[in-house]
Design a protein around this ligand. Structure first.
Ligand code: URP
Ligand code: ZN
Ligand code: ZN
Length: 456
């Protein structure tokens, strides 16, 4: 007799759906089979039983342009869990003169008291110093196996020079650390911004950060990756052209892979007009509709292996601080709660297996969490999303739980929705009884090295 059994579901197993029961003992998946019985049996007939989703790109409590992103680790992970997310990877952000290890301890303390799902961090280089290269073994010893850098945001001092980029990539390769890159041509963006007058409005966002700035940076970083052998993950690829560039680089032998986000798959630049366009401001910006098809296509080829959210929500009041200038606009959008529904949306023509893997198995493998996370293997963590593939609903901020007061997807009709989330065997959300998780119930996940087979 097992603790719990989810009965008669369509269990995602070996890249297929099988009609089966799935049994849970304590925190682990105990068995998949037929006629399994537990102290608690839950009928999930007709529903998909999937690994809990992993959001590999969140920014909780991130200071940006005079505001702080509205979700903290509690509200953000709770909203994620309601949507079906059971693991998040956020970022270390160095403050002032702080070293990377100090920023880790500070962020860890913040998340440990708040997160309701399991969590990890990407280390992040704010300012480059040769110390960074020396700190890599220590990062690894803490299970921080990915490092984020920027080729943009020159004004805030985050942008790396090409020379430092090359150094960092060599050091990452030597240490087996995966480099994650915000790839935009920051020099060109800054020059375009300087030529846009005192207060460039929201219409200037795509003009000063055109697709060219993304494609050029991806190609440059990709060639550096080919030269150094550094496993390189391009975050928030916003354009079909950028996704195609990643695919071409991979064919040319560069160890590069991409991530995109729901905003680039669903929203387009027709939203970037006054008076409300600034509520859609993020970097890179949302693109022309014609760019979306290439992103969906590259999810299917696997060159865009991960869909994560870049969840960085602000309230309308925060966004209104912009005073009509994108130079003062807190950039970022909410998204963690709607990630699984938007990517598994059955109104969207997408290969379902590729879509499921892009929010579970692939980020788990790439970020060293597999099979404990991102799989339904017996013996691994019972992190489960029970997804109703036929539930039709319309996204409205009034029904969502993120700490912002608007949704960029307001009114979008979606087919399919999470109905139950289990974190290490505990039901933390179910659509009948609502939220049942614990503040601080999430655990820090030290990670292994990336699965290098993604890069060969
Ligand atoms: O606009 C965005 N993406 N805000 C969050 C920071 C970043 O660049 O990922
Ligand atoms: Zn970024
Ligand atoms: Zn981000």
């Amino acid at each position: 007799m097992y603790n719990k059994v989810l009965k008669n579901g369509l269990v995602f197993w070996g890249d297929n759906f099988i009609k089966a029961d799935i049994a849970i003992n304590n925190e682990k998946i105990a068995a998949i089979g037929s006629d399994l019985n537990g102290s608690e049996n839950i009928d999930v007939t007709g529903r998909w039983v999937l690994p809990g989703a992993i959001d590999a790109h969140t920014h909780f409590s991130l200071p940006f342009a005079g505001a702080v992103s509205a979700d903290d680790f509690f509200t953000g992970t709770r909203a994620g869990a309601i949507g079906g997310v059971t693991t998040i990877i956020d970022f270390l952000a160095q403050q002032g003169e702080e070293g990377i290890m100090e920023s880790f301890l500070r962020r860890l303390a913040q998340a440990q008291g708040e997160a309701v799902v399991d969590f990890s961090f990407h280390a992040c280089i704010g300012r480059f110093s040769p110390e960074v290269e020396k700190q890599m073994p220590e990062l690894l010893s803490k299970g921080l196996n990915s490092l984020k850098i920027f080729t943009a945001y020159g004004k805030s001092g985050l942008m790396q020079t090409d020379f430092n980029l090359l150094r960092i990539m060599k050091a990452c390769h030597e240490n087996g650390i995966m480099l994650t890159v915000h790839a935009e041509n920051g020099l060109l963006i800054d020059a375009l911004l300087e030529n846009s007058g005192e207060n460039p409005g929201i219409e200037a966002l795509p003009l000063t950060r055109p697709v060219l700035t993304e494609v050029e940076a991806i190609r440059r970083v990709g060639w550096f990756a080919r030269e150094t052998g550094c496993m390189t993950y391009i975050v928030h690829t916003s354009s079909g052209d950028g996704a195609k560039a990643i695919n071409e680089l991979r064919q040319a032998g560069a160890p590069v892979i991409g991530e995109t986000c729901p905003q680039y798959l669903y929203l387009d630049d027709s939203k970037l007009v006054s008076p409300d366009g600034h509520y859609f401001g993020c970097c890179p910006p949302i693109r022309e509709k014609s760019q979306q098809k290439g992103l969906w296509q590259q999810i299917e080829t696997g060159s865009i292996a991960v869909v994560a959210t870049d969840h960085c929500p602000f309230t309308r009041a925060d966004k209104d601080l912009w005073q009509g200038s994108i130079n003062k606009l807190p950039m970022g959008l909410p998204g963690i709660e709607t990630l699984p529904a938007l990517i598994l949306n059955r109104n969207q023509a997408i290969n379902q297996v590729a879509a499921i893997k892009a929010i579970s198995e692939n980020p788990a493998r790439l970020f060293g969490l597999y099979p404990e996370k991102g799989s339904l293997e017996p013996g691994t963590d019972a992190d489960i999303m029970v997804f109703d593939p036929n539930l039709e609903w319309e996204i409205s901020n009034k029904d969502l739980h993120m700490a912002t007061d608007y949704s960029p997807y307001e009114g979008l009709k979606v087919k399919g929705k999470n109905t139950m989330t289990m974190l290490r065997g505990k039901i933390v959300y179910c659509s009948k009884n609502g939220w049942k998780g614990d503040c601080g119930g999430g655990q820090f996940l030290p990670r292994k090295k990336a699965d290098s087979s993604f890069f060969t």
